[in-house]
Unconditional design. Structure first.
Length: 269
């Protein structure tokens, strides 16, 4: 039996309020901080979650972004693992400079498959959650599938340009197929804002497992659609970065992906 999602939510929310928010308040007061607060926040949050999750559910292992590379490899090697995959502070650069857009991301992976997803924004007190096959929620409100959407030319897109092939990025900048573009700087939370319809399109050139493990499940359970640039499933139980093309529904995704595919061949040369 999986852990109750509400109990997991309470563990994460409490830890973020106690470990992240006080340190973020200090960053806001000292914007030109030397970075030690940020390092402390990442590490403190990871240690707190590892301890609290193990106390409640000792049967699961723990994979955190701030762990050493050899630990990442050990935990993602082979099959049959049951573990928490955690980014204790997604959006560290935002956090470091006082920009209130960051989150804690968590997924429960069992036998290489996402079972639970949770992304918590402590500034807005917004907790996005999902259970495989059972839907997604923002706090206690279900995220409904968005079958209707604006036409592509009127959509808002979240695009991370720096990880895209230069020619594709240039074409998006010069001749965008969408209405306007944003880049927020915290991948896990961007998945959730897409799931909630705050923008309609998403493009990212490369995310790590802890960036997409929770958020991609939330988007899927909210009725959104995502693939890699090479038309593979985004989720892969491994450490190699994965690209993301996503939209709030399948029809808009098809149009968005088709535009990208038409402009990708030159970007590969």
């Amino acid at each position: 039996m999986l852990p109750p999602l509400e109990a997991v939510r309470q563990v994460v929310v409490t830890a973020a309020r106690e470990e992240l928010l006080p340190r973020f308040a200090d960053v806001i007061r000292h914007v030109k901080h030397d970075g030690s607060v940020v390092t402390e926040a990442d590490v403190a949050m990871q240690q707190r979650l590892k301890s609290d999750l193990a106390r409640h559910w000792p049967e699961y292992e723990f994979l955190g972004e701030e762990m050493a590379g050899h630990e990442h490899e050990q935990l993602t090697g082979g099959t049959g693992k049951r573990l928490w995959c955690v980014d204790p502070l997604d959006g560290t650069s935002n956090f470091a400079t006082g920009i209130p857009y960051f989150a804690v991301s968590l997924a429960l992976l069992v036998d290489g498959r996402q079972e639970l997803g949770l992304v918590y924004d402590p500034v807005r007190d917004e907790c996005f959650t999902a259970r495989r096959g059972a839907g997604a929620w923002l706090n206690d409100v279900a995220l409904a599938a968005r079958e209707a959407s604006p036409p592509l030319r009127r959509c808002i897109a979240s695009v991370d340009f720096k990880r895209l092939a230069p020619l594709l990025a240039a074409r998006l900048g010069a001749q965008p197929p969408y209405g306007s573009q944003r880049n927020f700087g915290a991948s896990s939370l961007e998945w959730c804002w897409l799931a909630d319809g705050r923008f309609q399109l998403y493009l990212h050139g490369g995310q790590k497992l802890w960036d997409y493990a929770g958020g991609s499940l939330i988007l899927a359970e909210a009725g959104g659609h995502a693939r890699t640039l090479d038309d593979e499933a985004v989720f892969s139980y491994g450490l190699a970065p994965r690209s993301v093309v996503a939209a709030v529904n399948s029809s808009l995704f098809a149009e968005w992906k088709a535009w990208i595919d038409r402009h990708r061949p030159a970007a590969r040369t």
